[in-house]
Structure formats: structure tokens, C-alpha cells
Write a protein that binds this ligand. Structure first.
Ligand SMILES: *Cc1c(COP(=O)(O)O)cnc(C)c1O
Length: 369
């Protein structure tokens, strides 16, 4: 019997033997009983493995598609850093978008994983991407839809450009998640995630992941994780898996809510522009994100920074906070972060799972502030 991704996600890590718990146990241990030559089939040390990570990784692999392997990390940042470090070994240049999540750019420039040269480009300027890759070998880092402007890049085209330059394409797929977009099917070698956002979905845990079809690459990432010590806590992994199981339900609602909010904002007199990828007016969005672009959108207000701050402060339901993808609607004026390069009156809104009428009513009253 061929089961849907949703069913596999709900049941991953569940034993069917009598008396078995319904979900994988939480195993808080730093080490395991062992002696003599280490048996590779048994766990030895908590920095190398935990049964809870394995259940989470199984679920993440299922979500990405058949034949995938996932490696969990303690944050999206840790997953990005491990990915760059492993892939930049022998590929001395990392080409990345100039508008991706600002901390990924910051990390790349400060850490220069593998000693790589970091080059930033407009990811939608495909000639500039090809020129930056040169003859390769290099790593092409994509983020689409990008945080916070939600620009959508053509993944098949980027994979082609990377292939021509003897380079590997990696996609930070945090905004859409693998439920809505499958980078590996467009030719990427790996997807990278912050589990902190929609994947865990309840704003109660930090986590990250690397997913690939290459068993060798997954092993290289596991080895890096063990050596670098960037390991997920057992309880964090348990929480992330608990949240992940309801991802399809939450995302379906968040896509509907985000689209309704975007359409409300489209015609609002105080709004200068709305950033949300719509499947119905862009063939590229439709081909890559056929079921919707997720719960994150952004809009630019007319007027001053103080006026934008007043709007954020006036919300009664939408929570003023950073991060996104949780069940509660949340927003912030993005440029309040010093290193962010977003327009100064851009407000990023994460649609939660509340009824859309409530979110839009709150938005309407806040926009009167
Ligand atoms: C939040 C985020 C990250 C970093 O994830 P953390 O879990 O906060 O470390 C990376 N990429 C994108 C697109 C993000 O939104």
C-alpha cells in the first residue's frame, strides 16, 4: 500500500508492537553503555547519535521525498554553517543571494566556511549568477521564496547554471518547506532548513536540518556535526517532531490566511506594495509552489518609520515579534534589525492559524493607528 506523505509524516517513528509507545521515547542521555571495539550498529556517545534525532530525521526525509536522508542540527544557522563547511571543501567559492536571510550572509562573511570566498549576487539576475560561479567548482546558495521580500527564483534554471559551472546548488527552503516546494526535484543537491519556523510550528524550539538524496553527503554532514559539536538537544528534537507531524494542516491554513491578507492589503490605501508569491499570476510560482507559497508575506507602508512602528504596536491579536511560521500570527518592522537590508517601512507578517476574519479585522484596526 502506497501511503501519502501526510500519513507517513504522522506515523514516522511509531512502533506497532503491543505495548509500544505511540511516539518515539525522549532519551536524555549523553552516553551509552559500551566497551571494547565500538559496534557501529550501537550508539556510543550523545554527540554522535540520539534515537529521538533519528525519528525526526526519518520524518524530515519522508517529507522531502523518496530516497532522502536528513541530518538534524540545533538551529537553522548551525545547519547552514555545516552545509557550507562541508560543500566548500574543494569548492573554494560560495555564491549567495544579496537578499537572503541576513544572518546567513553574516555567518558566511564572518566564518568563511572552508576558507571559501563569499560572493553575493542578485539571485534573479541569472547572468550575474553564472558570471559569479565562473568555471567553478563552487557552491551556489539559493533562498526562495527569500526572507523577507519573498522573491521567487527559478530553481531549475539555477540548477542548470550550477551544473554548467561544475558547481552544486543548495536551497534554503525554510519559507516554503518541502511540503510546498521540492528543491531536489529541480536539481538541487540539498535543502537546508530552520526547523524553528513552520516545520516545528509552535515557536517553542530552535532547530535546523540538512536533507539530501546523497548518502555520502549525509554522512559527511553527520561527521561534521559530531566533530563541530553542533548537536540538537533530545528534548528539542522531540518537540520539533511533535510539531512537524501537523505541518500539512497548519500550512494549508497559513497559505489561505496569507493569501487573504495579501489580497486585503493589495487595495489598502496606506500600503505601497505587497510581497507574496501568488500561483495564479506567475507561471514560475505555479510550477515551483503549486499549492501555495506558505504563511509569510511582507508589505511596505506609505509614510514614516514611526507610522509603521505605530501600526505594529496597535495590533491586538497579531503578536509583535520576530521569527515566523508559528500558529500565532506575528509581525515586525523588519528594518529594526541593524544588519537587515529591507526597506525601512517594510512589515513582515507571519500568518498564523487563527480564523482569517480575525487576522484581517486586527490588521484593519491596526492600519487605522
Ligand atoms: C530563521 C532562518 C534561518 C536561521 O534559522 P535559526 O533556526 O533561527 O538559526 C535560516 N534561513 C532562513 C530563511 C530563516 O528564516
Amino acid at each position: 500500500m502506497e501511503l501519502s506523505t501526510e500519513s507517513q509524516l504522522i506515523h514516522a517513528g511509531t512502533e506497532r508492537t503491543p505495548g509500544a509507545p505511540f511516539g518515539p521515547p525522549l532519551v536524555p542521555t549523553s552516553t551509552y553503555v559500551s566497551q571494547g571495539a565500538p559496534n557501529p550498529a550501537l550508539p556510543q556517545y550523545g554527540r554522535n547519535t540520539n534515537v529521538g534525532w533519528e525519528a525526526l530525521e526519518d520524518a524530515l526525509a519522508v517529507l522531502e521525498g523518496p530516497g532522502c536522508h536528513a541530518v538534524a542540527f540545533p538551529s537553522g544557522q548551525a545547519a547552514s554553517m555545516a552545509t557550507m563547511a562541508v560543500l566548500a571543501d574543494g569548492r573554494p567559492r560560495v555564491v549567495m543571494p544579496d537578499d537572503c536571510y541576513y544572518k546567513t550572509r553574516d555567518m558566511a562573511h564572518r566564518v568563511r566556511p572552508g576558507g571559501a570566498e563569499i560572493v553575493t549576487v542578485d539571485l534573479l539576475d541569472y547572468d550575474a549568477v553564472a558570471a559569479a560561479l565562473g568555471a567553478g567548482p563552487a557552491v551556489l546558495w539559493a533562498e526562495t521564496p527569500a526572507n523577507p521580500l519573498l522573491r521567487v527564483a527559478d530553481l531549475a534554471r539555477l540548477a542548470g547554471i550550477a551544473g554548467d559551472a561544475n558547481s552544486l546548488l543548495v536551497v534554503d527552503n525554510t519559507v516554503a518547506t518541502a511540503f510546498l516546494q521540492k528543491p531536489l526535484d529541480f536539481g538541487a543537491v540539498a535543502s537546508v532548513y530552520s526547523l524553528t519556523k513552520s516545520l516545528s510550528g509552535h515557536s517553542d524550539v530552535l532547530g535546523g536540518a540538512f536533507v539530501t538524496r546523497s548518502p555520502q553527503l549525509a554522512d559527511a554532514l553527520r561527521s561534521w556535526r559530531s566533530t563541530s559539536g553542533a548537536v540538537l538537544g533530545p528534548f528539542e528534537g522531540w518537540l520539533a517532531l511533535r510539531g512537524l507531524r501537523t505541518l500539512p494542516l497548519r500550512l494549508a491554513r497559513q497559505c489561505e490566511n496569507a493569501l487573504a491578507v495579501a489580497e486585503f492589503l493589495d487595495t489598502h490605501p496606506r500600503v505601497a506594495s505587497v510581497h507574496y508569491p501568488r500561483t495564479y499570476d506567475d507561471p514560475l510560482v505555479k510550477s515551483q509552489l503549486p499549492h501555495g507559497a506558505g504563511g509569510l508575506l511582507a508589505f511596505q507602508l506609505e509614510g514614516s518609520v514611526a507610522e509603521a512602528d505605530a501600526v505594529v504596536a496597535a495590533a491586538r491579536l497579531i503578536v509583535p515579534s520576530t521569527s515566523f511560521g508559528g500558529i500565532k500570527s506575528a509581525w515586525e518592522r523588519r528594518d529594526r534589525w541593524a544588519a537587515e537590508t529591507a526597506p525601512s517601512t517594510l512589515i513582515r507578517l507571519s500568518a498564523g492559524i487563527e480564523p482569517r476574519e480575525d487576522i484581517i479585522a486586527d490588521l484593519a484596526q491596526a492600519l487605522r493607528a
